[in-house]
Design a protein around this ligand. Structure first.
Ligand code: SF4
Length: 95
């Protein structure tokens, strides 16, 4: 289950997770494997993003992923790299 890491910790659990479209998907779809080939990663991330595209809590999920320390994997329809780019753009806008 996708949000297992957060669900294990009742303090960090968020109600929006109960409506997550990824609940019935394997974590491996959303998180990079060690030594994963680029083409395989791109395909996996695309498939994960398709799940996110149908998710009713996509905005909450993305906000969560961008609100704290760096999180790995696909969240809110974005990859870790895409969130880093978004973070960089926000930083530059503030300068
Ligand atoms: S946006 Fe994606 S990663 Fe976030 S809860 Fe929905 S399906 Fe899961």
């Amino acid at each position: 289950m996708r949000l297992l890491l957060l669900n294990d910790d009742p303090v960090r659990r968020h109600q929006w997770q109960d409506r997550a479209a990824c609940q019935d998907y394997d974590n491996e779809l959303f998180f990079e494997r060690e030594n994963e080939m680029r083409v395989v990663r791109a395909r996996r991330e695309q498939a994960a993003k398709q799940v996110c595209a149908e998710c009713p809590v996509r905005a909450e999920c993305l906000r969560f992923a961008e609100s704290g320390p760096e999180v790995f994997g696909v969240w809110g329809g974005t990859t870790q790299r895409e969130r880093a780019i978004r973070r960089g753009r926000r930083r530059r806008r503030r300068i």
